[in-house]
Design a protein around this ligand. Structure first.
Ligand code: GDP
Length: 295
């Protein structure tokens, strides 16, 4: 994960290792390389620039731990700033409803169906949770089949209704079904499209208004770099979602989405997907991610 970015940051931060003290010149030199590494990893230029100016101020400020050597100090400052940028603390999900309703949103292929299964499986292992998966992609019968396959694999019931093309009705009926049958979490998988368009946005927005979920999650493929951030913005403008799910972090992703998404939409990354299997789900820890990025 993030091999290229880690290498470049390591090289950039290495510059200071031979220096006895922090100076304006060596800080500027180092941070120029840090900024380049971030931009190469698909971090938006403005975010990368703000990032390095904050680190610069701290490095040259008086309130830094002077017991650290310049190289160590810079690593610490960069790490702290990466953690801040990615959200600081761990963000949980709200399961206070009865049932708790979780709505998945995102483009087709982002990993919504897979993640819906992973989350159901994750919650199932908490003994008090009984999740129901709901298939709301009324356009692609294959998508409904896919969710049934996932449900069977993890032993979680799937609600679907192939006789109606109305996803609002399906989700409302599914919630009523959950209440009747003792499910306390309802995970609704919706239809995505290949790019942001009005039909998809209107549909998801109608579902959102009708069912008022405790959690609206936006699922995004981390391999799509800056596009991931732009798509997040479009969905957030319409849904004001609660959190981001970053998928495919096991692939050859450059890391830009993980680093920039929080500061663009001001919503935390809650979980990450790290593979195709149902177990490949992790809670997102900004600090652990910063450690991985810094190698
Ligand atoms: P949806 O259209 O948003 O429902 O996306 P899917 O759940 O069908 O996922 C699209 C493809 O991405 C499938 O082939 C999944 O197996 C794959 N996929 C989903 N999440 C991950 C992940 O975290 N890592 C990897 N490597 N593949 C994933």
């Amino acid at each position: 994960m993030f091999d290229n970015l880690s290498d470049k940051l390591d090289k950039a931060l290495h510059v200071l290792k031979g220096h006895g003290q922090i100076t304006e010149v060596n800080v500027a030199e180092t941070l120029k390389e840090v900024r380049r590494a971030l931009v190469d990893a698909d971090v938006n230029y403005k975010i990368a620039k703000e990032f390095t100016s904050t680190v610069k101020e701290k490095a040259l400020g008086e309130d830094v731990l002077t017991s650290l050597k310049p190289g160590q100090l810079m690593v610490k400052l960069v790490k702290d700033e990466l953690i801040q940028l990615m959200g600081g603390d761990v963000a949980g999900i709200n399961l206070s409803g009865d049932p708790s309703i979780i709505l998945m949103s995102g483009l087709q292929g982002s990993g919504k169906t897979t993640f819906s299964g992973k989350l159901a499986n994750f919650l199932k292992t908490k003994k008090t949770k009984k999740p129901l998966l709901v298939a709301c992609d009324v356009y692609r019968p294959a998508a409904i089949d896919q969710l049934h396959v996932v449900g069977e694999q993890i032993g979680v019931e799937v609600y679907s209704d192939r006789d109606t093309k109305d996803p609002v009705k399906i989700s409302q009926d599914a919630i009523a079904y959950a209440k009747e049958h003792g499910f306390n979490v309802v995970i609704i998988d919706t239809a995505g499209r290949l790019a942001v368009d009005e039909v998809m946005m209107t549909e998801i927005s109608n579902i959102h208004k009708a069912i008022q979920p405790q959690e609206t999650l936006f699922v995004v493929d981390s391999m799509t770099g800056q596009d991931a951030v732009n798509t997040a913005k479009s969905f957030n403008d319409v849904l004001n979602f609660d959190g981001v799910i970053l998928t495919k972090l096991d692939g050859d992703t450059r890391g830009g989405a993980a680093i920039s998404i929080k500061s663009v939409v001001n919503k935390p990354i809650k979980f990450i997907g790290t593979g195709e299997k149902m177990e490949a789900i992790d809670v997102f820890y900004p600090e652990r991610m910063a450690d991985r990025i810094l190698g």
